[in-house]
Ligand binder design. Structure first.
Ligand code: IPE
Ligand code: IPE
Ligand code: MG
Ligand code: MG
Ligand code: MG
Length: 362
């Protein structure tokens, strides 16, 4: 284990935090209607996470605006979702994983920003794919600017992320970032292929295969990136990889629950999107696995017509939300087990993130 250099890191962080506080419009006070802000408040109950989030927030916008080209509309399109916020879970994983092995927050910051560029790009594209109207409390990018400009804005953000990373990275780090991107594309593609599969034919195995690529690979990659920047040992990299993976499963299971139970106001994104669009959702898969053949067939037919009431009834009677919720918490627990008493710094903050992934309600 490397010796800790948190003193400098903390010093830099405090200075940046002061600057961020004056620059950032979004703060924790007021504007309780703003869904992304509400989403943040939970993570911000940890003062330590709050200050990192404030700096990441400031840096994302500063870096993006530092290289604006033309046409202006392309940049405005990319900025739309970027400035709407987001929970920044993946960039926090990157930063905390770096600090966990003795690296500094400052070293991780460009990667944290690149992570959020890629995350935002993937969501712009995901909303095109899923045809969703709302994201981070605002209109989805393609609804506001049109699909063609949205696709390019996502591409621009990915290119900017590569540019940013290449200014700092070793070939090893570039490979981690690229592999993460490849896996995510594979996962999103598998997800699309499943849209046409009848819900009753979806298995839990195929569900986890999609999630392993579309969500878990990014969380794992975020942890691995941070650990690598912090010059972790092989053993530490494995520990943090596993932490990122388990968080990924918890996070997506929780996301599926929120699609079923939460309102647009609380999540900032389209509600019941999975059920209406026949998209892979663990809650539905579990409910169907607990229902009779007759119920499954009726549910499938009604969902095809866009009617969700019967599916929701089956979900209720099977206790699928509770079941999925327990599973999400189990994964969060596994994430914590992976790092517990391993001599990592900021273990408590890594725990807060894991708990958040398994319990979040936004
Ligand atoms: C949404 O990710 C995509 C999923 C894997 C469920 P987040 O819920 O982390 O989205 P933001 O970045 O906070 O908006
Ligand atoms: C998207 O999964 C995961 C990505 C790789 C972008 P979802 O489609 O479930 O994400 P949301 O619910 O739209 O945020
Ligand atoms: Mg989606
Ligand atoms: Mg999707
Ligand atoms: Mg979802």
């Amino acid at each position: 284990m490397k010796t800790n250099s948190t003193e400098t890191a903390t010093g830099d962080l405090e200075m940046r935090e002061r600057r961020a506080k004056t620059d950032i419009v979004r703060d924790t006070s007021g504007d309780t209607e703003n869904a992304p802000q509400k989403a943040r408040n939970k993570l911000q109950t940890s003062k330590e996470l709050h200050r990192r989030l404030a700096v990441i927030d400031e840096e994302i916008i500063r870096v993006f605006n530092s290289e604006r080209g033309e046409p202006e509309i392309l940049y405005d399109t990319a900025l739309h979702l970027l400035q709407a916020g987001g929970k920044h879970v993946r960039s926090l994983i990157t930063a905390l994983s770096c600090e966990a092995v003795g690296g500094t927050f400052e070293e991780a910051l460009p990667y944290a920003v690149a992570t959020e560029f890629v995350q935002t790009a993937s969501l712009i594209h995901d909303d095109v794919i899923d045809d969703d109207d709302k994201r981070r409390g605002v209109e989805s990018t393609h609804k506001k600017f049109g699909t063609r400009m949205a696709i390019l804005a996502g591409d621009l953000l990915i290119a900017r992320a590569v540019k940013l990373v290449s200014q700092h990275a070793t070939p090893e780090l570039l490979d981690i970032v690229a592999t993460t991107g490849v896996k995510m594309c594979e996962g999103e593609a598998l997800d699309i292929l499943m849209y046409v599969v009848e819900p009753k034919l979806l298995t839990k195995e195929s569900y986890f295969e999609v999630v392993r690529r579309k969500t878990v690979s990014f969380m794992r990659g975020a942890a691995r990136t941070g650990a690598t920047i912090g010059k972790a040992t092989e053993e530490q990299i494995e520990i943090l990889n596993s932490y990122g993976e388990q968080i990924g499963y918890a996070f997506q299971l929780r996301d599926d629950i929120l699609d079923v139970i939460a309102s647009e106001t609380s999540t900032g994104k389209t509600a019941l999107s999975d059920l209406k669009g026949n998209k892979t959702n663990f809650v539905l898969i579990h409910a169907l696995s607990e229902s009779t053949e007759e119920e499954v067939n009726k549910c499938t037919e009604l969902l095809k017509e866009g009617k969700t009431d019967f599916a929701l009834e089956l979900i209720k009677q099977s206790g699928a939300v509770e079941y999925t919720s327990t599973l999400a918490q189990e994964y969060a627990g596994k994430a914590k087990d992976a790092i517990r008493n391993k001599g990592l710094l900021n273990e408590d903050l890594l725990f807060v993130l894991a708990d958040h992934a398994g319990e979040r309600d936004f």
